[in-house]
Design a binder for this molecule. Structure first.
Ligand code: NOJ
Length: 553
């Protein structure tokens, strides 16, 4: 398998596997995952059958926010390796037929970035401060923040620097927001995009893509004003402003100067009707759609999400993206095993996990059964699928991490109200053995639970019914069955969703808790073992209509 040097559309229906580098594989035995560790697992990635890897930040960082606090956008964290290791990883992935997407974090740098260090050492009004968002404080001695804004991780969003000025950090204190009205900031990111593109990176995942353009007047609005301002028309002072696409138009010229063009996918938490702006070919070209992740396990909800997002993709001409898990949300095997919150939108927040009280109410078996069904549904949809490391093992969220071992700023800034995202970032189990289940030779940087032994890669490789075996078969079939980006709905009972892709590939998902009729067709794959000629509860099957064109694996 090798990658085509000319295929400019590879991303449209790719299966992309997200690696959280510090928790994937540790080659040097320091408890932290690294690039050589990922390199050593390329055979695993190849066997899994993914088309591309998305690497979360691997840049130098104090890890105030899991690496999304970047000290230097054009280097590798020395604990994770070197630029030579990075080049080696690119070469190894490409030789295995796997493309590489890297994370770009443009809304904020870290407070250790040389620009921010220079800004703090420079006087108010200096060019160094103009790369960030500094404002004078209010009141006597400018001792009050310029505005009462709350950060995304809780607590205040403005931090004093001791000379009457304050800086904006919409996320952690260690993540000062960059000023995108500043030409130097814009040029520097163009340099960064070229730097990684020249090293052979195939695409970029853009963090907080909807936040770069801000309209900050002399008098700042209050948090109440911000909350009351609609986010639907491009006029909110902080989010999803129309001008953000002027920035991406410049990026587009960089992407398109390569052959094949570099791709980008926006992480943009915006109202649905605004998504096509990010996904348009003049802007980033593709955008995440988190609707499936937020939907309840329910036939109507899933079907509506698919219809809506295929329609949105048609507006921009892009393909849509499906996501069930990532490094920011409760793993889907766990979400589906807990009682559903009244508001499904709460589901991605880890606060929900706390209030749900994982251990007493979590039905682990049911959660996994539903997760396997939802994954087969996702992998058969037109568009690209973004998978998160560990979901192929059916991993549950790790709930019992002691406070002293937690790392997520969301936990520390919320006084225990928000449990944080560490539970989905625990290093992967490769074997059943301590100290770190084959992750490395030392204990892992986040504590791994005993139950990791039974779900480790080497254990699942011996079990033909394991979740790992299911993902491998599904990804292999998906690659061979891939067809035009469309589907046709087929009438089905209320608890069932049934659709057909143009080549006769049919997908039937039973959301109900009772078995139902299994439609005719050659059975390709099933998320649970079929014992009779019926479709079991909470199960998805793939069928082939017409002459079977595939040897069954
Ligand atoms: C979104 C990232 O996915 C998340 O992990 C991070 O904390 C924020 N952006 C801030 O960079």
């Amino acid at each position: 398998m090798s990658i085509s040097e000319t295929d400019a559309t590879w991303w449209r229906q790719a299966a992309v596997y997200q690696i959280y580098p510090r928790s994937f594989a540790d080659a040097n035995g320091d408890g932290l995952g690294d690039l050589p560790g990922i390199r050593s697992r390329i055979p695993y990635l190849r066997t899994l059958g993914i088309d591309a890897v998305w690497l979360s930040p691997f840049y130098p960082s104090a890890l105030a926010d899991g690496g999304y606090d970047v000290d230097d956008y054009r280097d590798v964290d020395p604990r994770l390796g070197t630029l030579a290791d990075f080049d080696d990883l690119v070469a190894g992935l490409h030789a295995a037929g796997i493309r590489l997407i890297v994370d770009i974090v443009p809304n904020h740098s870290s407070n250790r970035h040389e620009w921010f260090v220079e800004a703090l050492a420079s006087p108010p009004g200096s060019p160094a401060r103009q790369r960030y968002i500094f404002r004078d404080g209010l009141g006597p001695n400018k001792a009050l923040p310029p505005a009462d804004w709350t950060s995304a991780f809780g607590g205040p969003a403005w931090e004093p620097v001791g000379d009457g000025q304050w800086y904006l950090h919409y996320f952690a204190t260690e993540q000062p927001d960059l000023n995108w009205d500043n030409r130097e900031v814009r040029d520097d990111f163009l340099t960064t995009l070229r730097f990684w593109s020249d090293r052979g990176v195939d695409g970029f995942r853009i963090d907080v893509a909807h936040g770069l353009a801000k309209q900050l007047d002399e008098t700042l609005p209050s948090q109440a004003d911000l909350d009351a301002t609609p986010k639907s028309n491009g006029g909110h002072p902080l989010w999803d402003r129309d001008e953000v696409h002027d920035i991406y138009a410049e990026w587009r010229t960089v992407f398109d100067s390569y052959s094949p063009p570099r791709t980008a996918v926006a992480e943009a938490w915006v109202e649905s009707h605004r998504i096509p702006r990010y996904a348009s070919p003049e802007s980033l070209g593709q955008a995440f759609n988190f609707d499936l992740l937020e939907a309840n396990f329910n036939a109507d909800a899933f079907r509506r999400v698919v219809e809506d997002n295929l329609a949105l993709a048609a507006v921009s001409g892009s393909s849509t993206t499906w996501v069930l898990s990532n490094h920011d949300v409760v793993r889907h095997a766990t979400r589906y095993g807990l009682p559903e919150p009244a508001n499904p939108k709460e589901k991605h927040g880890h606060a929900w996990l706390l209030t749900g009280g994982v251990s007493p109410v979590l039905d682990r078996e049911r959660g996994l059964r539903r997760a396997r069904a939802a994954t087969l549904f996702e992998l058969a949809l037109p568009g690209s699928a973004y998978l998160y490391q560990g979901e192929e093992l059916g991993l549950h969220e790790v709930a019992d991490i002691p406070a002293a071992s937690r790392q997520d700023p969301a936990f520390f800034r919320n006084a225990g109200v928000e449990i944080g995202r560490d539970g989905c970032r625990v290093p992967l189990p490769w074997t059943p053995d301590r100290p770190s289940f084959g992750f490395g030779t030392a204990p892992a940087h986040l504590p791994q639970p005993d139950w990791f032994a039974s779900v480790s890669v080497s254990v699942q490789e011996l079990d033909p019914d394991s979740t790992l075996a299911l993902y491998r078969r599904a990804l292999d079939l998906r690659r061979r069955l891939q067809t035009d980006e469309s589907l046709e709905w087929i009438d089905s009972p209320a608890q069932v969703v049934h659709f057909r892709r143009p080549n006769g590939w049919e997908i039937v998902m039973n959301f109900g808790s009772e078995p139902t009729d299994l439609p005719a067709g050659t059975l390709l794959l099933s998320s649970t073992r079929l014992r009779h000629r019926e479709l079991p509860a909470e199960t998805t099957v793939w069928l082939q209509q017409g002459a079977p064109s595939l040897p069954l694996s």
